[in-house]
Design a protein around this ligand. Structure first.
Ligand SMILES: Nc1ncnc2c1ncn2[C@@H]1O[C@H](COP(=O)(O)OP(=O)(O)OP(=O)(O)O)[C@@H](O)[C@H]1O
Ligand SMILES: [Mg+2]
Length: 308
């Protein structure tokens, strides 16, 4: 059974006269990896800060765990955040960084717990290296361990792969998938759709402060998949002809005129010829293949203007 864990309604943030997030509406389901995709300055961090309780919205509502977020403190306790940069004490070890926080959270038997957390994110509790000498990937892992302190239900990660090398990116990706398998709902932002697509199960495209699309992974892949787009006078008449005579099986009816065909054994010439012989006029026929980045660019280019 799916249940909503976070719901935002009309969420808006203004800084002075400038609207940075405008009327955001979406739901995040328990157990999913929800990807927030947007270019630099789109408003990702601002949106995540509002969801994470680090910033008050100018207007709109957030519901957590099916409750209105009026009782903010208890809701936010169930969330772990890594937004922008992890706040680390550079002169301390990873263990000591977590220990300081564990004490401030009032955790008593933290020794074993911290060691387990470090192991979970792929760091070594006995490593005496000061955090200031850590690589960026190690700092991100520690940031995730900090976010996990207190065993949250939801983990919010703002661009966790930013600045990492390919190896570091792959390791953080594995960690995110692993944490999700253990039951955590994850909200993750990025400006690279290709990268997000390797982990996220649902996406929200944020452009100039507006959520312009919320799309499932399956639908996104379908939209980017190789296909033939046929526009005819009447799809209901063309459909049985193509099914019977060309054994068309994988297709999607878009509207009364448009059909998307995913069967790889079919080609444009065949389709036009066959339909013509059945008095079906083909208005247009095109081959279509989009990369994820192309899709993202196309979606954002269509939505011009700026928020003021
Ligand atoms: N505290 C603030 N005061 C005024 N303007 C702000 C503040 N925080 C963010 N902004 C502005 O809001 C817009 C969105 O910023 P935000 O950091 O949320 O974007 P982002 O999508 O996270 O960008 P990036 O990919 O660069 O991290 C930017 O134009 C930024 O300058
Ligand atoms: Mg940001």
């Amino acid at each position: 059974m799916t249940s909503t864990i976070i719901e935002v309604e009309g969420l808006t943030k203004k800084f002075g006269q400038k609207t940075v997030v405008h009327d955001a509406n979406f739901k995040i389901t328990r157990g999913e990896i929800f990807g927030l995709i947007g270019q630099n300055g789109a408003g990702k961090s601002t949106l995540l800060k509002m969801i994470g309780g680090l910033m008050y919205p100018t207007s709109g509502n957030i519901h957590f765990f099916d409750r209105a977020a009026t009782d903010y403190a208890s809701c936010f306790e169930r969330m772990g955040l890594l937004i922008e940069h992890p706040g680390l004490y550079p002169q301390y070890t990873a263990y000591d960084n977590l220990k300081l926080l564990a004490i401030s959270y009032g955790l008593k038997q933290y020794k074993q717990y911290i060691s387990e957390l470090l192991e979970l994110v792929g760091l070594d509790a006995s490593n005496k290296t000061k955090v200031k000498h850590y690589s960026m990937g190690m700092k991100q892992r520690l940031g995730i361990a900090i976010a996990l302190l207190g065993s949250p239900d939801v983990l919010i990660l703002d661009e966790p792969i930013n600045g990492l090398d390919p190896q570091g990116i792959a390791e953080i990706r594995e960690l995110i998938l692993d944490l999700n398998k253990k039951g955590l709902t994850i909200v993750i932002s990025s400006h690279i759709l290709e990268e997000l697509s390797k982990v996220a199960s649902k996406y929200a495209i944020l452009h100039k402060g507006e959520i312009i699309e919320v799309i499932s992974k399956d639908d996104l892949l379908l939209r980017c998949e190789e296909r033939i787009e046929v526009v005819v006078d009447d799809v209901s008449k063309a459909l049985p002809v193509l099914e019977q005579e060309l054994r068309m099986k994988q297709f999607k009816v878009i509207d009364t005129h448009t059909l998307h065909i995913y069967d790889t054994h079919m080609n444009n010439q065949q389709i036009v010829k066959l339909l013509a012989s059945h008095d079906q006029y083909v208005r247009s026929i095109t081959n279509h293949k989009t990369s994820l980045e192309q899709y993202f660019l196309e979606r954002t280019e269509k939505v011009g203007g700026s928020l003021d």
